[in-house]
Design a protein. Structure first.
Ligand code: 3PG
Length: 305
């Protein structure tokens, strides 16, 4: 039996070593494909494996069809929009994620990027502080909750909107639950996005909604680029010279953002929210354990299809 770790953006070597131990101790062979540059490499690697562990790597129907022995795909991370769930289900392949395991890493990056931009990219000019500012958490899941915790440490007032949670649940954590997404944007000088990319959320963050934010507002996107209506956001940045956009996922039209609004936008060169040794270890080990538990005992906790 074989499990493939296929990561275009690899885990830390120490995490891979620990994953190897878990997998090999279960009598399963580990196959490693890191930093691959073509889809063909992935198609070749999946041929004879029963399990695949991935990050943002694309598992589409072509990959699924090439993997004739495949039983389980583990997305070491939260978002699984990179996996074709329908194609997997049609072949009785179980797909799981590892929710929460990289959440703190993403949340720390959110606050780090906020400080960076509030201090004008550390260019020495006078900036602003986060203390006493308002932040709205758009979707109060694992990452949103960690952002709230750290933002409170900065002395920010934290609001959240999450249609899937009871307001009491949010309020109990010292966060003010609001009733509508519009209200969240109205009260928040900073908005941190933590919604998944689904048919309902794709392009849902656009001109009308973001325009509700107060003067001097900043939008932070460590979720997915697809949730942004980029044309609408570009128009907003043109209309409002007080508006700042920060993202850990480059927009499709990044060059236009940078050419026109360089001082007011920042994009990490490569998506790096979950790229810490701790997050790699947490998510990688959880993925290895889940792969073994499914292949050896049929346990499918955190199944998403
Ligand atoms: C996630 O969904 O877990 C994050 O977006 C991290 O993705 P990555 O594993 O590609 O860094």
């Amino acid at each position: 039996m074989k499990v493939l770790i296929a990561t275009e953006k690899p885990f830390a070597a120490s995490a891979v070593n620990e994953m190897k131990t878990i997998i090999e101790n279960a009598g399963i062979e580990l196959v490693l494909l890191e930093k691959y540059t073509s889809k063909q490499e992935l198609l070749d690697a999946v041929k004879n494996v029963e399990g695949i562990i991935i990050r943002s790597d694309i598992i589409d129907s072509e990959v699924i069809n090439a993997a004739s022995q495949l039983k389980v795909v583990i997305r070491a991370g939260a978002g699984y929009d990179n996996v074709d769930l329908k194609a997997a289900s049609e072949k009785n392949i179980v797909v799981m994620n590892t929710p929460g395991q990289n959440a703190n890493a993403v949340a720390e990056l959110v606050l780090g990027m906020m400080v960076f931009m509030a201090r004008n990219k550390f260019n020495g000019s006078t900036g602003t502080e986060l203390k006493d500012k308002t932040i709205g958490i758009h979707a109060y899941g694992n990452v949103g909750r960690n952002v709230a915790r750290i933002a409170k440490g900065f002395g920010m007032t934290v609001y959240a909107y999450d249609p899937f949670l009871k307001p009491e649940h949010i309020n109990a954590e010292g966060v003010i639950a609001v009733d509508s997404v519009e209200e969240l944007y109205k009260v928040s000088q900073y908005i941190s996005l933590h919604i998944p990319a689904t048919p309902a959320t794709i392009k849902s963050i656009g001109y009308d909604l973001v325009s509700l934010m107060p003067k001097g507002a900043t939008l932070i996107n460590t979720a997915r680029k697809e949730v942004i209506d980029e044309a609408g956001l570009l128009k907003l940045m043109g209309d409002r010279d007080d508006f700042v956009y920060i993202a850990d996922i480059k927009p499709s039209n990044m060059d236009e953002f940078n050419a026109k609004y360089e001082d007011r936008c920042f994009f990490t060169p490569k998506k790096m929210g979950a790229q810490t040794k701790e997050a790699n270890t947490n998510a990688g080990l959880a993925a290895a354990n889940q792969a073994v538990a499914y292949l050896k005992s049929g346990i499918d906790k955190f199944r998403v299809n």
